[in-house]
Design a protein. Sequence first.
Length: 347
Amino acid sequence: MNAMAPTLKPEATRMFAEAAEASRVVAGQLADGAAARLGARLRELQPRVVVTCARGSSDHAATYAKYLIETRTGVPTASAAPSIASVYAAEPKLDGALFLAISQSGKSPDLLAGAEQAKKAGAFVAALVNVEDSPLAELADAVVPLKAGPELSVAATKSYIASLSAIAGVVAAWAGDEALERALTDLPDALARAWALDWSPAVERLVDARDLYVVGRGLGFGVAQEAALKFKETCGLHAEAFSAAEVKHGPMALVQPGFPVLALAQDDETREGVAALAAEFAARGAEVIAAGVEAPGALVLPTISGHPALEPLLRVQSFYRMANALSVARGFDPDRPPHLAKVTETF
């Protein structure tokens, strides 16, 4: 824990205020309709492959995109390493591909280099970006504005949720998934209800923690990655994200009695496996905190139910409020993580 005694109140941070805006942000994004228009265009273009390009929280959104695109459209989706273009100056072969760039600022040099190379290689470049007059937006063939507005806290919150909702909107229209399209209209209200949930018991369990696993699977793996990042950058807590399908391949060896594990699940085909893993962790004496599943001996947090593809957004919205409170309880300022800046311009 940080030696500095907490002087902030959780409700006074920018992180708290900005994360609380997610419901309004998503409502504005849905009203704009850009995600649905891009999805309709992709239905006509029929890309043979999707290549995502992003860093940080945006790359975690790209993980969600991979699972949603592949499960709803069947189109193979993979993450590009930005340094292939910016450092190695390699020339990809992307004719007939969708190059999906996700960014809050839209000005990181390596992301721009990747988008430029992809465009030259014949890809259709689409950008999900918060800054609408950014270099990335100018370069792209199609733009979906995230509509998150200014985000001053170093920790991305509302812009991450806006990235996920934009992805869901694009894929719903692309796949002609009417159930998902209907569920999106209810998402702002569901996010508001998820924000109001009380996850404070998790703060009590984690205030003195040193290490932590965050486990998810499938559509929820990207929010597990995001949660692990937020634990590190805002709480000074070493956390690692693992797929519930991969954690037994070595990482399980570190789980001793008292080791904290946060298990996040959505109500789809992966839920049973996450529940079984949470139960196994608890049987080993781990300090299991679960959201979306129940397991004997686990601390079960309240959750909001919804369309399985949108439940990860609801989990991370509840998580942000808890992480903000945990940061303050551990003596940190979540708006000013040490050694970090809001925009990271990687070359």
